[in-house]
Design a protein around this ligand. Structure first.
Ligand code: UDP
Ligand code: MG
Length: 327
């Protein structure tokens, strides 16, 4: 097999033998209308396939009947489990909490609203068995969301993608299957502003995509309004890159160079007698522009240092060893 193929998961860590094959993490926030359909769809798909699974619902501080409904499901079927947050902490913290609780040899993260078709789990498992450590779903169409949101997402993925130091696959969300090893590494990352799909891409290993058309929400409405989306965009950009800190420096260089060019132009106008400006105006503008530029460059330098501090406090491992021979 290819060199980067991961070892068969059940040989990696004997401590987890006895755990189920598959763990499914489902973040839930006010989803009372989709819980029952989701529950039956999951059973319809996983039971006939004979998959040994556990489900981990994370109730992210729901204020509707979701919590009671999840409790009822979990009481009637020991394969279903639920963590209740004390309040709404957000989608990414919910996914993180769920991943920290998994016992399976691989884990799937899936939305509660059936926008991530549970059928794909079987295809993901197949690819995982072929040796892929991460199988993520990639949307080809974003049905059921408005023009604005659709384009906001497009721009979002492009911007994050172009700023990021690792390649984050476009149009892929958190819906994915991860090998237990990847989950453990993800869980070991101490950073708090988590952008799970970015961290997942950062970790590497053999990754592959499954394309799918994203259907509309089964019921209820999206919990990501424009403001939250902007928040996610910030986490996305800032967790994978310190490039924005450099903006000040670039502007500073532009401004300084501009002031020099202006200075030259003003001087030529003065010499050739074509200057129409009031006395002293040209030199004032040039000095202001130049000093502004110098200040921006200095802010940029401070930004660079902050970027490095940020990198250090994130305490991400410098590298991840996939496997070794003879050590
Ligand atoms: N979600 C959550 N906490 C939140 C917001 C959302 O756990 O604060 C869950 C939500 O219940 C759903 C998933 O995250 O299972 C994705 O949310 P949503 O469907 O609203 O996002 P969209 O599909 O519109 O991007
Ligand atoms: Mg949704």
């Amino acid at each position: 097999m290819a060199e980067d193929t991961i070892e068969k998961p059940n040989k990696i860590n004997s401590a987890m033998e006895g755990g189920p094959l598959l763990s499914v993490v489902v973040p839930v926030f006010n989803e009372q209308d989709v819980i029952e359909p989701l529950h039956s769809r999951l059973l319809q798909i996983l039971d006939p396939a004979g998959i040994d699974f556990e489900i981990i619902f994370v109730d992210d501080g729901s204020r509707d009947r979701s919590a009671q409904m999840l409790d009822a499901i979990c009481r009637s079927d020991p394969r279903f489990n639920v963590l209740h947050f004390s309040r709404n902490f957000g989608h990414q913290p919910a996914v993180t909490a769920g991943l920290r609780a998994v016992n399976g040899q691989c884990a799937v993260v899936i939305d509660a609203d059936l926008q991530d078709p549970p059928e794909l789990i079987l295809d993901m498992l197949k690819l995982w068995r072929e040796g892929y450590a991460v199988v993520y779903a990639q949307k080809t169409e974003r049905e059921g969301s408005g023009f604005l949101i659709r384009h906001a997402y497009r721009i979002f993925y492009r911007v994050v993608g172009s700023l990021s130091e690792v390649e984050i696959p476009r149009d892929s969300g958190d819906f994915s299957l991860m090998d237990r090893r990847v989950v453990d590494l993800l869980n070991a990352m101490p950073e708090r502003n988590r952008y799970v799909r970015g961290l997942r891409a950062w970790l590497g290993f053999r990754q592959t995509a499954i394309k799918f058309e994203r259907p509309a929400r089964f019921a209820g409405h999206t919990k990501y309004n424009f403001g939250r989306l902007i928040g996610l965009a910030f986490d996305g950009v800032l967790s994978v890159s310190t490039a924005p800190l450099r903006i000040a420096m670039y502007m500073g260089f532009l401004s300084s160079i501009g002031s020099f060019l202006l200075g030259i132009i003003f001087a030529i106008q003065q010499i050739t007698g074509k200057s129409h400006t009031a006395r002293g105006w040209a030199s004032t503008i040039v000095v202001i522009l130049f000093l502004g530029g110098v200040q921006l460059i200095c802010i940029g330098f401070i930004g660079e240092f902050i970027g490095r501090i940020y990198d250090e406090v994130k305490q991400r491992p410098m590298y991840v060893v996939a496997r070794s021979t003879g050590l």
